[in-house]
Design a protein around this ligand. Structure first.
Ligand code: AHR
Length: 496
């Protein structure tokens, strides 16, 4: 194959402004995400309130903007009242979703403190499995109402006089899945979500509501579930969720490395359903997508905790090819930024995560770096690019360009960024980036995550086997920049 490519970008050719909430996370009471991840009073690395300072620092480096909580499948059997009030009075419960013991030592108020320290928006979820619409509405009151009524006063009694003003609220979790506690048929969910939405909004008209979409694009009810939910709830919701977990199930790395094709198709289908529902409702209101669970997850799918506290569940080991899938996913968020406005990686630590803790240490896995680079650098507008690159034949998706690319430009600061995944397993691609419109003055930094073996990982013994490294000497001349893009790599270029 020819070893050269060209990326043309015009700062006036804009897909959309990039929503800051594309760089969100998800923290569920599952395995060791909350306990031993975020919160671990027994760790020498915990502060006086039990928060793991090393985890907090790593999360800050990743610049999370929004955090979804408390689940996940856990949510659908959870009574939020168990997780507030004096810690010694909180009940120990059997969590049926993950067959674990929930101590309730971390709950809504601790989560709000966690978000405050991280500097991100909380995104709460209301239980629509075992939970009633009244229970959902009471939680909004607890979080957002001024003192003077039952649940707002309870919050004050527990030490939090001022309302938290939680803006983002999920109406249940994966309610289309037979695995979900209190799973509902589509018309049942649509009606329950609509009625919960009404009560929650009457508690606080300023909140943004997110309806549950299909759990993935393989569900038998997809995309009919989405149509029915959207048609029923349209005027009451602001976002509709999609979830997807990726995996190289068939050991077909060529197709796996082209996963962006499937991710884009998924977005396009649900986006078309949004347009259909809007037209059918003759509405002027818009609903956007909240991709509030996304991640690679296929090596450790076991979800049974054996009725223990903080069991080691789903502690996925991520390799280079997984990191390149994450890089493409972030590219898809930018390329589809006109419709995807919220995205939350599932999850932020230990469970299905690129961060893993032991009592006195933290392991950073390779896919940490693409997320960090994109969340730190992508600002302003996502650009509509023209990329001409060698083609790769894939068993699942046919011919796919070797380079998967996205770019941003911030008209206010004049800064821009380009993100490139090279899917080729053998070829370095000499890539020319050609700016039209505003030409940046210089290259500020270039970072590359690259390796010779798809299955390369980091481990406690060898934690820096695969890390993003700076590339020096890249310059812009006459609006053009030439870059060597190694095989199996993720490159982030920042300009300004
Ligand atoms: O993130 C792990 C689980 O995956 C969540 O609890 C659930 O929503 C999804 O099926």
């Amino acid at each position: 194959m020819s070893n050269s490519a060209k990326i043309s970008l015009d700062t006036n050719r804009i897909i959309s402004e990039i929503s800051p909430y594309l760089f969100g996370g998800f923290a569920e009471h599952m395995g060791r995400c909350v306990y031993e991840g975020i919160y671990d009073p027994d760790s020498p690395l915990a502060d006086d309130q039990g928060f793991r300072t090393d985890v907090m620092d790593a999360l800050k480096e990743q610049q999370y903007t929004i955090m979804r909580y408390p689940g996940g499948n856990f949510l659908s059997g959870y009574n939020w009242l168990d997780g507030v009030g004096p810690k010694e009075q909180r009940p120990r419960r059997r969590d049926l979703a993950w067959q674990s013991i929930e101590t309730n030592q971390f709950g809504t108020d601790e989560f709000m403190e966690f978000c405050r320290r991280l500097g991100c928006e909380p995104m709460m979820a209301a239980n629509l499995g075992t939970g009633t619409i009244e229970n959902a509405s009471a939680l909004v009151e607890y979080c957002n109402a001024p003192q003077g009524t039952k649940y707002a006063d309870l919050r004050a009694e527990y030490g939090h006089a001022d309302p938290y003003g939680v803006k983002y609220w999920c109406l249940g979790n994966e309610m289309d899945g037979p695995w979900q506690i209190g799973h509902l048929e589509m018309d049942e969910y649509a009606r329950k979500a609509r009625e919960a939405a009404k009560m929650m909004r009457w508690q606080d008209p300023s909140i943004k509501l997110i309806s549950c979409g299909s759990s993935n694009n393989k569900m038998p009810t997809y995309p009919e579930w989405d149509r029915v939910t959207l048609e029923t709830c349209w005027e009451l919701v602001d976002y509709h969720s999609i979830h997807y977990y990726a995996g190289n199930w068939d050991e077909d790395s060529t197709s796996y490395l082209a996963l962006a094709v499937e991710l884009e198709d998924y977005v396009d289908t649900v986006a078309a359903t949004l347009r259909y529902a809007k037209a059918k409702r003759r509405s002027k209101h818009d609903v956007f997508l909240s991709w509030d669970e996304w991640q690679v997850w296929y090596k450790d799918r076991g979800g049974r905790g054996g009725w223990t506290e903080a069991p080691h569940l789903c502690e996925e080991i991520y390799n280079l090819e997984d990191a390149l899938v994450v890089g493409q996913w972030l590219n898809v968020f930018l390329r589809k930024s006109d419709v995807v406005k919220v995205a939350c990686v599932a999850q932020i630590v230990n469970i299905i995560s690129w961060l893993q803790t032991k009592k006195d240490g933290l392991l950073v896995q390779p896919s940490f770096y693409p997320f960090k680079l994109v969340s730190n650098l992508a600002r302003g507008n996502a650009l509509d690019l023209y990329t001409s690159a060698p083609m790769i034949e894939t068993p699942k998706y046919g011919g796919v360009a070797a380079l998967d690319v996205s770019a941003s430009h911030d008209p206010e600061s004049g800064n821009g960024a380009v993100f490139i995944v090279n899917r080729s397993q053998s070829d370095t691609i000499t890539t020319e980036v050609d700016w039209q419109g505003d030409v940046p003055g210089s290259v500020k930094e270039v970072w590359q995550l690259a390796g010779s073996d798809l299955k390369m990982v980091n481990s406690w013994e060898n934690p820096n086997n695969l890390v993003a490294k700076p590339v020096n000497g890249v310059t812009i001349r006459d609006g053009k920049m030439t870059l060597q893009v190694p095989p199996l790599s993720f490159t982030a270029v920042s300009v300004g």
